[in-house]
Ligand binder design. Sequence first.
Ligand code: UDP
Ligand code: MG
Length: 311
Amino acid sequence: MSVTVSVVVPLYNEQEVIGESYRRLKEVMDGSGEDYELIFVNDGSRDGTWPMAMKLAEADPRLRLLSFSRNFGHQTAITAGMDAADGDAVVVIDADLQDPPEVIPQMLAKWREGYQVVYGLRTKRKGESFFKKVTAKIFYRTLNALTEVYLPVDAGDFRLLDRAVCNALKQLPERNRYVRGLVSWVGFRQAAVEYVRAERFAGTTKYPLRKMLRLAGDALTSFSYKPLKLSVFIGGLVSVASFAYGIVIICQRLFTDILVSGWATLACLTLFFNGLILIMMGIIGQYIGRIYDETKGRPLYIVAEKINFDA
Ligand code: UDP
Ligand code: MG
């Protein structure tokens, strides 16, 4: 049975919000008059999320569930939801109601106008820490400065994708996924819908600094070689400077009688260059690690359970 709209919701330890999230989504989707399915992807939650989801799905055949065998991460959960989605349009939305479900009808309207990607633009972010807001601002802008594809600033994963876009995304097999970047990369007719990002309905963020950094790393390495080019550039600069300083030293040796001074200079230079080399190696390592991930060719995720999917 094919539906018009699929709504994909990733969930990781969201027992405080799943009930309300389901209720609001159902209300909005029932009101939209569309034939729809809700796909909840349980990303290896360790709390009561899964039993609660199963209970909801028992009473509602339109609620379909996927459960991962462990925590694979937000971007992977979104991907799995899109893979399983059946709709002519696929909406991706967070479970914590920071992205208001009430915006979905506006997205659908844009889609009916002929846009194939409708992304949510956060005009304001409520109830998020100063640190998160600032780092997010810096992140989106730095990323854009470094990448060749334009990635919409201040747009999260809350978006609507046409079937054609979804199919295109399915052809991108990469493992360390930055989904919103991939969506920009595939192109198609894109439009934005502005919204105010609300406070989390309940619970705490499932994106600790570690996961944020990981996402930033994936985004950067997937869409830019500039960090690598940077090492060529800095290497060149440093070589020129070293050559000049070498001439100074030789002249000192030939034309003055300063012999065994310069220990401080030596120490500083050694420390500086060792630091620089390690940083550059680290950057290369980030790329190599991801290349290794790709070559192993492991599946992106493992689904342990599926509920309400026919056949
Ligand atoms: N999430 C997930 N797997 C994870 C981390 C988060 O599926 O490893 C889900 C989470 O349940 C939520 C969405 O991704 O639906 C966004 O997470 P969160 O709201 O915690 O991030 P924030 O809004 O704080 O950036
Ligand atoms: Mg959130």
